[in-house]
Design a protein around this ligand. Structure first.
Ligand code: CAA
Length: 383
């Protein structure tokens, strides 16, 4: 696979890098400490076109390719993974699905403001009793004339309190298992729809995560995405795209941790020399650099396959699996290289570890990625 980036891709990468340094980095520590949502930053990302990166310009998007999106996500997440996930959910889990499977009405009324960054999106699949086992939805939607009445609870919703547009999966025919799940667009402020309190998280603290509660919430039939009974396929296909988004976020965290460790190793002295000169440290840095590179290549491969119109389910899951484990690995090694300084907030590397862990959990745990990969391997064998 050829990764000679085009001039446009390099320009987008550079824009993201500069934006991350000038607009995001100065407030990262405070927002992490106070779990404060980066409202102004998200607004500016929208103005840059980064909240609708791959959406067709006729729907207000920037019309960029997936490789550019991955490059931008890495740069943003390297500086602040909480901002990374806000951007990833809007781009991969919300915009992508609405552009591909939304009606003209949905595209005009919801996708366009989301892609322009005027509105923020959230994706609501998980429930208190259904995380990995996503077909077992308890949230119900019952048809009543030209409306649906939704009842139930969703959990762990990124952008949960700050979103304007929510994509909600609900069971519309329990007998049919996953073929009886339907996806709906639900607007903030719809009567019967409320969000819960913000979760107090280990990492990505300035992104907001909460539960959503639906009590006789009425949604018009025209807000059904794709078709009745297609909600699970909608969620799965959308999550395939989400997975290279989270892989990019994880690569950003891993690279950030690696670069911090390298820099520190060239400054800190022990036993009469910079610690970089000790093989114990060189081995760690070499392993970190190699894994970062491999994770980046896997992620770019999934993105390039999507851009080429190829099936990328296996590659997206492989990228997420490997990149998220690389992020945790690099964050732990960066702390080890920093010694005691790595364990305190002042030196920032502890945040990489707190931020890294969630990448092994959300948008499909590492165990789920292995199931997806194994099923794809079987498909390949069976032809
Ligand atoms: N892409 C496309 N289609 C898929 C798919 C994928 N990745 N995974 C499953 N499907 C299809 C299957 O082909 C099958 O289709 P048919 O009806 O044609 O046979 C259908 O979906 C049902 O699949 P299974 O029979 O395999 O269902 P299952 O219950 O055995 O397993 C699963 C499905 C792969 C485990 C799935 O439930 C899953 O991916 N779970 C993880 C859910 C997840 O990632 N949640 C993340 C929450 S969102 C989040 O974190 C958002 C946030 O805010 C950050």
């Amino acid at each position: 696979m050829n990764f000679d980036f085009t001039e446009e891709q390099l320009m987008i990468q550079q824009t993201a890098r500069e934006f991350a340094q000038t607009e995001i980095a100065p407030s990262t520590i405070e927002r992490d400490k106070n779990a404060e949502f980066p409202k102004e930053i998200v607004k500016k990302l929208g103005e840059l076109g980064f909240m609708g990166m791959m959406v067709d310009p006729k729907y207000g998007g920037a019309g960029m390719d997936t490789v550019s999106y991955v490059l931008a996500m890495i740069e943003i997440s390297k500086v602040d993974a909480a901002v990374g996930v806000i951007m990833s959910v809007n781009n991969s889990l919300v915009n992508y699905g609405l552009e591909k499977w939304g009606s003209d009405y949905i595209k005009e009324n919801y996708l366009t403001p989301l892609a322009q960054g005027e509105k923020l999106g959230a994706f609501a699949l998980s429930e208190p009793e259904a995380g990995s086992d996503a077909t077992h939805q308890s949230t119900m939607a019952v048809k009543d004339g030209d409306e649906w009445i939704i009842n139930g609870t969703k959990n762990w919703i990124t952008n949960g309190q700050n979103a304007d547009v929510y994509l909600v999966m609900a069971q519309t025919d329990k007998e049919k298992r996953h073929k009886g799940i339907t996806a709906f667009v639900v607007e903030k402020g719809t009567p019967g729809f409320e969000h819960g309190v913000k979760e107090d998280k280990l990492g990505i603290r300035s992104s907001d995560t909460c539960s959503l509660h639906f009590t006789n919430c009425r949604v018009p039939d025209k807000n059904v995405i794709w078709d009745v009974g297609k909600g699970f396929y909608f969620a799965m296909n959308t999550l395939n795209g989400g997975r290279y988004g989270i892989a990019s976020q994880a690569v950003g965290i891993a690279e950030g941790a690696y670069e911090a460790a390298l820099k520190y190793s060239l400054q800190r002295k022990a036993f009469g020399t910079e610690i970089f000169n000790h093989q114990a440290i060189q081995f760690k840095l070499s392993d970190m650099a190699t894994r970062v590179e491999a994770a980046k290549l896997l992620t770019l491969q999934a993105a390039a396959m999507k851009d080429a119109g190829q099936d990328y389910i296996k590659e997206a899951s492989m990228a997420k699996l490997f990149a998220s484990e690389t992020a945790v690995y690099c964050a732990l090694e960066a702390i080890q290289i920093h010694g005691g300084y790595g364990y305190v907030r002042e030196y920032l590397v502890e945040r990489y570890l707190r931020d890294a862990k969630i990448t092994e959990i959300y948008e499909g745990t590492s165990e789920i990625q292995k199931i997806v990969i194994a099923r794809e391997l079987l498909k390949e064998i069976n032809g």
